[in-house]
Design a protein around this ligand. Sequence first.
Ligand SMILES: [Zn+2]
Length: 464
Amino acid sequence: MIKQHIRTTLVLCASAAALIGCGATDNTVNTAPPAAKQNIPKNIIMVVADGMGPAYTTAYRNYVDDPSTPSIENVVLDDILVGNASTYPAPVSGYVTDSAAAATALATGVKSYNGAIGVDVDKQPLQSVMHFAKSKGMRTGLAVTSQIVHATPASYVAHNESRKNYNAIAEDFFDVRVNGEFVADVMLGGGTSYFKRDDRNILAEFVDAGYQHAETYESLALVPTGSNVLGLFAPVALPWVLDDSRKNRLEYMTKHAIKHLENDNGYFLLVEASQVDWAGHANDIASAMTEMHDLALTMSFLREYVEANPDTLVILTADHSTGGLTIGAHGDYRWSPEFLQNMNASASVIALGMANEDKPGDYVAKQLGFTLTDEELATFDSVAKQDDAIRLSAVKTFLDNKTNTGWTTTGHTGVDVEVFAFGAGQSSFLGQIDNTDIAKKIFSFIDGKAPQRGMASTTGVTIY
Ligand SMILES: [Zn+2]
């Protein structure tokens, strides 16, 4: 019966002019809005939430839940979920990927070893979807909260055998060309220290080549529409969003990137919520949820943008999950995100700040935004005299206990990640796919062709 249904779907699809519309009627997975036009997108926005495994999206829904209503409300991510992707790297690196191998897979459609930036297992350079978009006359850009030479954005632009070679990667941002042109027209994020160096001033080279330079969020707003822009807002990464002057920094950079990229030939934009991963590595639940919130604001903006620009495709996925986050821990069936909702600073800044306070407990309570017991105040008063690492661990452990959050690792885990898509061509991402399939489908769209459907993916699972 099921076979019969699939066969019918395939026959119908094979005869349809717009192959890409097929599968959307196969209503097992698709929860995306039906309004999206099923055609070949003019503009493609790829969003990577680094480290955002499925536990993060569930935790975020709980974190923003209104407890005065009986139900847990849907968030923007619930409205755009379409499928699931495997993330494993090339066999030489086993089952658990790092951000470099995963970004190389998402950018180029080729699995590589952990640490690889835009190169294959033989360290040979690979073409990314951003390179391909540039070769087709599209405008191209990236907006990220890490330094722009970090693994994810680097893999779309540069080629290096190791993600750690930040200076060489920054040089590739200027030196790698597609038909003589720079790979990215708009670059927004952190990383001044890699571009303005004693041995080479790549920032000045970009300015000489006609790029506008912005070094504050405010000055970015003054750049004339349609410019090429290098916006570097911090020496390395941007601060945690809890400590940043803009609580919507990713949404803000995304809006401005689009403003400069829009043109008749279309554009490819990479957006990365880079620091969800860093919160996972740090086992810092407060930063994990607030970085997720900046991502959610960005996705809400992109939903509105695609309503007005239905020829645009937006895809969101994670490169892997980080930290082995659990909602509930220690055999206790409880998760209490309300303790995270009024924080005035990150755990890192609170840990630093308490060392200089006369009444550390009171300071911590004020920054956390909730009342502490006398015993809890006394604990922070005594911890404040300890060294940096002990103070930071004390704040994070305190929040883990209050919220009953669990972590199993300070590294990555090998679970599949969710795939979200909306806009033109979104149905191509339905079901169980592999991270490399995402790049393959984007290559196909950029080439003006609908991705092939009904074929076995690299995971061996048939996609319809
Ligand atoms: Zn990571």
